[in-house]
Design a protein. Structure first.
Length: 477
């Protein structure tokens, strides 16, 4: 029995050791697999930290034009009959730029003059008819009102007659009832019953007529009041009728005092003014830098021509809502066009129109910004497209780090991963907290003492920790 117990203990110990061994092997395998997974997820690019000139800018595209430009507007519902200029033409103040077809407008004026004459005749006839109708209406309505007074008087008089008749009938029946009562008292037997029935019948008729008389008496004031009401209605009818007659007469009289020639009519004057505007002239000396008119077609915009001073150039473009408040006048700019190639021409922001153009032309959304050219010999050509970079701020010779190397810390602040090569040729990663300086468009200035020129910094690091080793291929310095 004791031997079996010892054997059982030995077997149990062996089983426990085997279970522990399996568990260690299993978890070691998991740990090894996890490490391998992490290693396969580690990845990053790299870049050397350099001193650079940083800047923040807003870009826009515009067209080269002369400065001191003016926009010449015209009609947008008439065809251009004759176009006298093209882009690049020099013009003097008062030169004809184009002429619109005014033949339809002139025909409208003639038609309106004829119509005005016919309308005057028709209006006179209508006013005469209104006066005649008003007089006739007065006669008819006054007669009706007078008749209503007479009817009210007649109804009042009849009501009194009816009331007096009822009173007389009532009194007669009361007298008859008194006699019937005496006969009933004197009668005996069946004759007494008959007399009683007769007496009661007379009383019933008297009571009915008496009630009707009382009801009619209560209505007598209404009959009385109806007469002054009818008279008041009569007076109101006369008043309104006289007002209508006066209104009609005033309309006739006004024809004599307000009748004027068709040429002075407001609508005719507007047409004549439009005819006068059909000839578009230059308001100043200059060069035609924009033409939005085509002979034989209706312009799509009221802004037909731009006349500019060709001695000074200007770039006019659009800037979006997100950038317009960053820009201010007198900011420096760099301009490049096809004619300048890689060489940048210096410019300055001259004007900012803080009114969006999207309401006028959805294809040109944004705010208009004009940039003047500082270089006197820029070689720019009017009408060519220019790419403008407006300099918001800049920092020269700043120690720079790419934005995709900077990581935001959960504890606050920012850090980067710097790769340093050890004696074995391995790149060891160190996590370094940084202080940010100037924000450029492409790079960030770093002001920390722990970051130096030619440090190799990781870009877009993934799965990287402090102390890791990575296989990197640095770019050329």
């Amino acid at each position: 029995m004791e031997r079996s117990s010892k054997l059982l203990k030995i077997l149990l110990a062996v089983l426990i050791i085997a279970i522990i061994g399996i568990a260690v092997f299993f978890f070691a395998g998991l740990a090894d697999g996890k490490t391998k997974t992490q290693d396969t997820e580690k990845s990053s690019g790299c870049e050397y930290i350099k001193y650079r000139d940083l800047e923040k800018n807003v870009s826009m595209t515009g067209s080269v034009a002369g400065s001191d430009k003016v926009t010449v507007k015209g009609e947008t519902d008439l065809k251009v009959k004759k176009l006298s200029v093209k882009v690049g033409d020099k013009v003097k103040k008062g030169d004809v730029l184009c002429e619109f077809d005014s033949s339809d407008l002139k025909k409208q004026i003639e038609d309106m003059k004829t119509k005005a004459q016919n309308d005057a005749k028709n209006a006179h006839a209508a006013n005469e008819k209104k006066l005649s109708d008003a007089k006739k209406a007065k006669d008819d309505n006054v007669k009706k009102a007078q008749q209503e007074i007479e009817n009210a008087t007649s109804r009042r008089d009849q009501a009194y007659v009816d009331y007096n008749n009822m009173v007389d009938q009532y009194n007669a029946l009361i007298g008859e009832a008194d006699r019937a009562y005496d006969e009933m008292v004197a009668a005996t037997g069946d004759d007494a019953n008959a007399k009683k029935a007769n007496w009661e019948s007379i009383l019933e008729r008297a009571g009915k007529i008496g009630n009707e008389a009382d009801e009619l008496k209560a209505k007598l004031p209404d009959f009385e009041n109806a007469i002054p009401a009818a008279k008041a209605a009569y007076a109101e009818t006369v008043k309104k009728a006289d007002a209508e007659i006066k209104k009609a007469q005033d309309a006739l009289d006004a024809e004599k005092t307000t009748a004027t020639s068709a040429d002075s009519n407001k609508e005719l004057k507007a047409l004549q003014d439009k005819i006068d505007r059909c000839v578009i002239k230059s308001p100043k000396d200059g060069v035609v830098t924009q033409v939005n008119a085509v002979s034989g077609k209706i312009p799509s915009s009221a802004e037909l021509f731009t006349i500019s001073n060709a001695s000074k150039f200007l770039i006019s473009g659009k800037v979006g809502e997100a950038d317009i408040n960053k820009i201010s006048e007198d900011m420096s700019a760099e301009i490049k066009t096809a004619s300048t190639g890689d060489k940048a021409v210096n410019g300055t922001v001259k004007r900012i129109e803080r009114k969006s153009a999207s309401g006028e032309n959805q294809s040109e959304e944004g705010y208009t910004v004009d940039v003047g050219i500082d270089d006197s010999d820029s070689k720019l050509a009017i009408g060519e497209t220019a790419n403008v970079k407006i300099i918001l701020d800049k920092r020269e010779n700043a120690l720079c780090i790419p934005y995709d190397a900077v990581i935001s810390s959960n504890e606050g602040g920012y850090y980067v991963f710097v790769a340093s090569r050890n004696s074995k040729g391995e790149y060891i990663i160190s996590k370094r907290k940084i202080e940010k300086g100037f924000d450029g468009d492409d790079y960030l200035e770093v002001t920390s003492d722990n970051i130096h020129e030619n440090d190799l910094v990781l870009t877009n690091p993934r799965g990287v920790s402090d102390g890791d080793s990575l296989d990197l291929t640095p770019p050329e310095k």
